[in-house]
Design a protein around this ligand. Structure first.
Ligand SMILES: [Zn+2]
Ligand SMILES: [Zn+2]
Length: 347
C-alpha cells in the first residue's frame, strides 16, 4: 500500500498563547479522531507534526494514522518560518519515499502550514530552496490564522493560501473538520487521479486569499512579555492587547498607544528550547501597559517585577528577591512616576 504523507507545520509562537494554543491542541486531537473513522484514510494516511517558534522541532515523526498519538504543543519566542521550513524540508527528504525504477514511492505529500504572524527570521534562503526542490512535488496549503499579517509571505510559498477567521471554538472545530475532509478527499483521489483535491471551503470561516491589498501594513495588536517564576523557575507569558483608539470610560482616557492586560499564561520548561533569544530586542514602555497580573505558577501577587538584567519575574511584595535568570539579589519597592522600558517578545 502506498502511503499518503501529511505534514502539519505549526506555528507555536508566543502570540498563540491562550485560546489559539488550546484550540490548536484540541484541533489536533479532533483531526486524529475524525480521520480514524475513515477507512481510506486509515489505509493510506501517515501523519507528522513539526512545530516552530524561534526554533523548530519534530513533535511527531511520520507515523501511520492508526498509531499516531497527538503530541503536546509547546510555546516559544519568535516566529522563525525560515527555520521551520528548513526543518520541514529535512523531514520530507528523510521520510518520504521517492519513486524509483524499482518501486513506487509515496503519494505526493501534503503540508498544512498554520501561522499567525509575520516571520521574525530571514526566510529568503528557505523560500528559494522550497521553490526549487519541493514546490513541484509537494502540495503546501498555508493557513493564516492571524490578522492577515503573514499573507504576503505565504503567497510567495504557495497558491493555496487561506485565511481563517475563527471567532470561537465552534468555528475552529469547523475548520478542523475542513482539514479532515480535505485529507479524506485526498486519500480517496490519489489512487485515481493524483490531483490535489481540497474540500470545498466554508466561506463563513475560511477565505481563499487572492490579493495582497489587505495583507500589508498591520499594526502590532499585542504586547507579549515573557516572565519567570522566582520560586519554580518556570516561564510564563503576560499578554496585553492594544486598546481601541477611542476607548474611554469614566476612569480612564486612553491615548493611542495603550495596551490592557488580557491574560497571564503558565508555560512548560521547553519554552526555552523553542525560543530564539535574539527576539527579545524590541522594548515597550510600561507606562503604555494597563494592569499587572500575579504569577500563574506560585501565586505570588506581583508577576511583573523587572530585574536589572531585564528579566521579568514574580515577587511577593516589597523587599529582596533572587532573580531566576541572573541569580543576583535585587531589592524591590513600589515603582512610581514614569514607566520604564522592558524587552518585548516577538510572537
Ligand atoms: Zn512565581
Ligand atoms: Zn536578573
Amino acid at each position: 500500500m502506498r502511503r499518503l504523507p501529511i505534514f502539519l507545520l505549526l506555528d507555536v509562537s508566543e502570540s498563540m498563547a491562550g485560546e489559539c494554543h488550546r484550540q490548536m491542541q484540541q484541533g489536533l486531537e479532533r483531526l486524529t479522531k475524525n480521520l480514524r473513522t475513515d477507512p481510506h484514510a486509515l489505509e493510506t494516511v501517515y501523519l507528522s507534526v513539526v512545530a516552530f517558534a524561534g526554533q523548530a522541532k519534530t513533535l511527531a515523526p511520520l507515523t501511520e494514522l492508526a498509531f499516531f498519538y497527538p503530541p503536546r504543543l509547546p510555546i516559544g519566542a519568535g516566529t522563525s518560518l525560515g527555520v521551520g521550513l528548513t526543518h520541514l524540508m529535512q523531514e520530507i527528504n528523510a521520510n518520504v519515499q521517492k519513486t524509483t525504477a524499482q518501486r513506487k514511492g509515496d503519494w505526493r505529500p501534503i503540508v498544512y502550514l498554520m501561522t499567525d504572524g509575520k516571520p521574525t527570521d530571514n526566510i529568503e534562503g528557505a523560500l528559494a530552496r522550497w521553490q526549487k526542490e519541493f514546490a513541484s512535488s509537494v502540495t503546501l496549503v498555508a493557513i493564516d490564522i492571524g490578522k492577515h499579517a503573514a499573507i504576503d509571505t505565504l503567497r510567495r510559498l504557495t497558491d493555496h493560501v487561506l485565511h481563517l477567521d475563527a471567532s470561537d471554538d465552534a468555528d475552529f472545530r469547523k475548520f478542523i473538520d475542513w482539514v479532515t475532509q480535505s485529507v479524506v478527499a485526498q486519500s480517496r483521489s490519489v489512487a485515481s487521479t493524483g490531483q490535489v483535491n481540497l474540500a470545498k471551503v466554508d466561506t463563513d470561516i475560511l477565505t481563499l486569499v487572492n490579493n495582497l491589498a489587505q495583507a500589508n501594513s498591520l499594526d502590532e495588536d499585542f504586547v507579549i512579555l515573557p516572565g519567570r517564576c522566582q520560586k519554580t523557575q518556570l516561564p510564563y507569558l503576560i499578554k496585553y492587547e492594544k486598546a481601541l483608539p477611542n476607548f474611554e470610560n469614566s476612569n480612564v482616557k486612553m491615548s493611542a498607544e495603550q495596551y490592557y492586560l488580557t491574560g497571564v499564561f503558565p508555560l512548560e520548561p521547553d519554552y526555552f528550547e523553542f525560543s530564539d533569544t535574539r527576539c527579545l530586542t524590541r522594548t515597550v514602555n510600561t507606562a503604555a501597559l494597563l494592569g499587572a497580573p500575579g504569577c500563574p505558577h506560585c501565586g505570588n501577587p506581583y508577576g511583573f517585577a523587572v530585574c536589572r538584567c531585564g528579566q521579568i519575574m514574580c515577587i511577593k511584595g516589597d523587599g529582596p528577591a533572587i532573580c531566576p535568570s541572573c541569580k543576583t539579589q535585587c531589592n524591590f519597592s513600589q515603582g512610581e512616576g514614569a514607566g520604564f522600558d522592558v524587552a518585548r517578545g516577538r510572537g
